[in-house]
Design a protein around this ligand. Sequence first.
Ligand SMILES: N[C@@H](CCC(=O)N[C@@H](CS)C(=O)NCC(=O)O)C(=O)O
Length: 178
Amino acid sequence: VDIEKDEQMKPEFLALNPNNKIPVIVDRDTDQTVFESGAILFYLAQKSGQFLPSSPQTHIETLEWLLLQVGHIGPMMGQLWHFRVFASENLPYAVGRYEREVLRLFGVLDKHLAERNYLVGDYGIADIATWPWINAHSHLALSLDAYPNLKHWHAAIGERPAVQKGLTVPQVNHKERN
Ligand SMILES: N[C@@H](CCC(=O)N[C@@H](CS)C(=O)NCC(=O)O)C(=O)O
């Protein structure tokens, strides 16, 4: 789906995601359609039995951190990206508001990661959902230096072979719209 060509607005795509956003998956085993990256990760983790802790306590904790990414980290960093990189005029109020909020969230993650290596238990879908946003910090002129636990988490996950492979697919194009 080429969003630069507005293919996400075509009826056949809107039948899969009425919110006209990538990503969407169709599970060919079941014909199940899933949109929203957090829901996709949850679906794939449940289906594969991987990256989602099974105890009731860690299961709900995973949802907490997954939804923190979905509801806060993604939207706040997305808006900072818009106002810092794409906006046709310089709006210091908007840049300042979203930067402060992003740095506050970095602080929340840093504090949480002071006592653990991953957001919940072992490496899981909460880490998988959050890492690409934290990895984008340099595109937003942000540093992780003041957040040593987050910086360590970011570096450690960045060394995972599957993460390195994922970074090459697809070709990065930061001109995409949010
Ligand atoms: N909350 C959504 C966000 C998805 C999203 O923002 N997708 C953008 C590209 S990164 C998109 O499809 N934009 C096309 C449009 O808005 O028309 C998710 O995590 O899946």
